[in-house]
Design a protein around this ligand. Structure first.
Ligand SMILES: [Zn+2]
Length: 210
């Protein structure tokens, strides 16, 4: 279910060798078979010619979701995650200290009815370790890749880049649920599971994928 960018789309520039332009945003204003003409958000007076395969449609990159809506979806996402990760009585290390740590963090936020102010890193695991990581945790930590966004998980951005506006609410819920497991920011989730280049078998992968 991929959607290729067309003229008028806001796009995310991805898999470019240029560090300067990779992971930046622009708008498609024209193009030919091979390359699109892209007006970059960072340099609006310039048009760059970029291969279509390096562009992903990414609507509303600056949209913010209100904390109240995030908390509403978090309550549901937390309940779903808890069915897969029931409470542990002992406080020793587990093979998914990170998941239990995220559960705890969200429980505190939903109880206080307030989103945590300090932001957390994309794929952050270290801060959730209960003690020395288990072998399994070590392996998970070693598999991490560089974040495709700015390295920060900001839940109010979890409504950015939703390809079908009518799916927005459901997508926010899915992304929050996925975050408990992978710790991915919304941009990494888009790249891995939702965007045109995401492998079809991965699209909409949720907790069953682990
Ligand atoms: Zn990320």
């Amino acid at each position: 279910m991929s959607k290729k960018p067309v003229v008028g789309d806001t796009v995310w520039l991805t898999r470019l060798q240029s560090e300067k332009y990779n992971n930046k945003f622009g708008k498609v204003v024209g193009g030919d078979q091979e390359r699109a003409d892209v007006k970059l958000t960072m340099e609006p007076d310039k048009i760059k010619r970029i291969r279509w395969q390096n562009l992903m449609p990414y609507p509303d990159p600056d949209a913010k979701v209100s904390p109240a809506i995030i908390l509403k979806h978090f309550a549901h996402a937390l309940a779903v995650t808890r069915t897969h990760y029931p409470p542990k009585d002992h406080l020793g290390p587990t093979d998914r200290d990170d998941v239990y740590g995220r559960i705890q963090m969200v429980q505190a936020m939903t109880m206080a009815n307030r989103l945590q102010q300090s932001q957390i890193g994309c794929m952050e695991m270290e801060c959730f370790l209960r003690s020395e990581p288990t072998e399994h945790m070590r392996v998970l930590m070693s598999y991490r890749f560089p974040c495709t966004g700015d390295g920060v998980v900001d839940f109010t951005r979890f409504g950015c880049g939703v390809l079908k506006p009518e799916d927005k609410e459901q997508r926010i819920f899915k992304r929050l649920t996925e975050w408990f497991i992978s710790g991915f920011c919304e941009r990494c989730q888009f790249a891995m599971f939702e965007g045109p280049t995401a492998a079809d078998e991965h699209s909409d992968a949720l907790i069953d994928g682990i």
